[in-house]
Design a protein around this ligand. Structure first.
Ligand SMILES: [Zn+2]
Length: 316
């Protein structure tokens, strides 16, 4: 994506995450302009996050007329029908009326999507999923999120949370998950879960034990770090095969900080996919790395706003 002058068909895209708030003007051709990002006020109250977001929107939206509408992606759970969000890692916001805040701050009509759905949609529009009919998008980082594009359209479900693959169960006797279930993909394949498992198996990094250190160790051939990635990759592959059996998707696009480890994750994930097999229609499924990085959710949010009243037509 290249920086470009905002155009008549441009929209404002906003991404609300636990660690960052981002916004940009996005054209109907997928061009980004005025992209800005600020840290999400960590320990603040509901008002602190709201003020930081309002400031960012004013800064990016600029003079009236730069954007015709606004699309906002938010960490979940979301309730797109009510326009509210309750992000797990922004405790001050519970059933918070985010859509109202954005409408007022931006002064244009706004539409809300979950960040998993928006990331999938962004990769489908401008990234690794271009031209594919149906895909699952996954974001593997401190948690494991996801979203579905089916028959060229986002499938958010009634509340906007469909495709949240991190809370599909891959181990009936597994670790308890904060969601209340047990053996969810997230308890095995999220960055912190893999680090915790590696430490429990005797991994002793020379630097603070985080996902980056684990990736470095795995690339250097540390056997315990490699096993942690293999274990995470198998959990992700099991979930992908289940999702493909359920939704008949052609492609799984995997992004997020953990996916940036590259081959140490994708190698064992593709191997596990071959091992698990699945019914014949699942075997055409491919796994590809995401390409939009931190802009995937912004791109998807923009696409929601661009298509909501037909500024650009949906791919069929
Ligand atoms: Zn769970």
């Amino acid at each position: 994506m290249t920086e470009a002058t905002p155009q008549a068909a441009a929209v404002l895209a906003v991404d609300v995450g636990a660690s960052k708030l981002a916004a940009a003007i996005v054209g109907a051709d997928g061009s980004f302009a005025r992209r800005r990002e600020v840290p999400t006020p960590a320990a603040g109250g509901a008002g602190d996050v709201a003020r930081a977001l309002t400031r960012l929107i004013h800064e990016v939206a600029g003079p009236a007329g730069a954007a015709a509408a606004c699309g906002v992606a938010s960490a979940g759970p979301v309730d797109v029908a009510a326009g509210t969000v309750s992000p797990v890692n922004i405790p001050a916001w519970r059933d918070y009326p985010l859509l109202d805040l954005v409408r007022v701050a931006a002064g244009v009509p706004a539409v809300l999507g979950g960040d998993g759905v928006c990331a999938a949609l962004g990769e489908h529009w401008l990234g690794a999923g271009r031209g594919v009919r149906s895909m699952l998008g996954m974001v593997v980082s401190t948690g494991v999120g996801g979203g579905l594009v089916l028959d060229g359209r986002p499938y958010p479900g009634p509340t906007g949370n469909a495709g949240h693959i991190g809370h599909t169960v891959v181990d009936l006797d597994g670790e308890a998950c904060p969601c209340g279930s047990r053996g969810c993909v997230e308890t095995i394949a999220s960055g912190p879960s893999m680090v915790r498992w590696a430490l429990s198996m005797g991994w002793r990094p020379p630097v603070p034990a985080d996902g980056r250190a684990l990736a470095t160790a795995a690339r250097a051939g540390d056997p315990t770090a490699l096993r942690a990635y293999e274990r995470g990759a198998r959990a992700l592959a099991a979930a992908v095969v289940s999702a493909a059996a359920l939704a008949d998707v052609d492609l799984a696009v995997v992004g997020g900080g953990v996916a940036e480890a590259g081959q140490v994750l994708f190698g064992p994930m593709r191997k596990a996919l071959d091992e698990f097999g699945g019914p014949s229609f699942v075997r055409r499924l491919r796994i590809e790395p995401a390409v939009l990085g931190r802009d995937a959710s912004l791109a998807g949010a923009a696409y929601l706003a661009l298509t909501v009243d037909g500024r650009i037509s949906r791919e069929e």
